[in-house]
Design a protein around this ligand. Structure first.
Ligand SMILES: Nc1ncnc2c1ncn2[C@@H]1O[C@H](COP(=O)(O)OP(=O)(O)OP(=O)(O)O)[C@@H](O)[C@H]1O
Length: 278
């Protein structure tokens, strides 16, 4: 199928990123309603294999709904979601804002949940997130950031082709958040999985993603390709201009007007440096 856009995009992405585990995603005319209220409206989007896509938008616009549909945790009201050039069901893992570790299982057992012979692979995944020395501890004694690292290891141990991230860093402090962003980026580059990140933090979206999608009123109204070289310096002028432009677009301001936006309750600026978030 030479003219299949997803297949062509996958070949292109493979050329750019090296052949990885990633799988392409096709979201075609997808609608989702709850009790007659349409949350997503005939949404179309294609994600190339190995691509890192961030989804932003105001609270309640349908970001997590789209992620749950891609994960297969919910069914579309209409339309279809397909994967890869051959349509086989890929290995998909999802990470949430809370780590969802089982408190009665030690860290290593949490990582290996559901695996028959878990210990070697789990130990390796734990080492990749820098927590090999905490393997035999209980989740309760770990910090929030460490628990999210364990959750990441639990996803990695399955060698996902698609990693879905539903605001996984939302509850972390600014520095831990940046460390986790760097870790996620490093693992994505190394393993080549496709990543879809839902975030309220425009700066996080630009730091990590190849493309930033904006959902408004159930539709994708912005699809911005981020071509800055990696790793991306947040203080960089081009980065800052891009952040301002996307944020202005999210807030529907003709130009970024950060001070006047402070009255918007859905907008928060973290004190340290994490930047503008919606
Ligand atoms: N199971 C459900 N039943 C009814 N309504 C739902 C359900 N799940 C989501 N919704 C509604 O769909 C809309 C979109 O929800 P969703 O969680 O996708 O938004 P979001 O953009 O991820 O929001 P946030 O940024 O606040 O997490 C909301 O109005 C929400 O109340």
């Amino acid at each position: 199928m030479q003219n299949d856009p997803v297949e062509n995009a996958e070949v292109k992405a493979a050329g750019q990123l090296g052949v990885g585990r990633g799988v392409g995603i096709r979201v075609r005319s997808v609608s989702k309603s709850y009790a007659g209220r349409e949350v997503l409206k005939t949404l179309d989007v294609e994600v190339a294999a190995g691509e890192f896509v961030a989804i932003v938008g105001r609270s309640g616009c349908g970001k997590s709904t789209l992620l749950r549909l891609i994960a297969g945790l919910e069914q579309t009201s209409s339309g279809s979601i397909g994967f890869g050039a051959h349509g086989q069901q890929p290995e998909i893992r999802i990470m949430f804002q809370d780590s969802r570790l089982l408190p009665w299982k030690r860290v290593l057992s949490n990582v290996g949940l559901g695996l028959p012979k878990a210990s070697l692979a789990s130990a390796k995944a734990l080492a990749q997130v820098g927590l090999e020395d905490r393997a035999h501890e209980w989740p309760a004694v770990l910090s929030g950031g460490q628990r999210q690292r364990v959750a990441l290891a639990r996803a990695l141990v399955h060698d996902p082709e698609l990693l879905l991230l539903d605001e996984p860093l939302g509850a972390l402090d600014a520095l831990t958040r940046i460390e986790m962003q760097q870790l996620i980026e490093a693992l994505w580059k190394e393993r080549g999985f496709t990543a879809v990140l839902v975030t309220h933090d425009v700066q996080e979206a630009i730091a990590l993603a190849d493309r930033v999608l904006l959902i408004e009123d159930g539709e994708i109204t912005l699809d911005e390709r981020i071509s800055l070289p990696r790793p991306r310096a947040r203080g960089n002028l081009v980065f800052a201009q891009l952040e301002e432009r996307i944020l202005a677009r999210v807030l529907k301001h003709p130009a970024a007007q950060p001070d006047s936006a402070l009255g918007d309750v859905s907008l928060q600026r973290t004190v340290s440096q994490v930047g503008w978030a919606i």
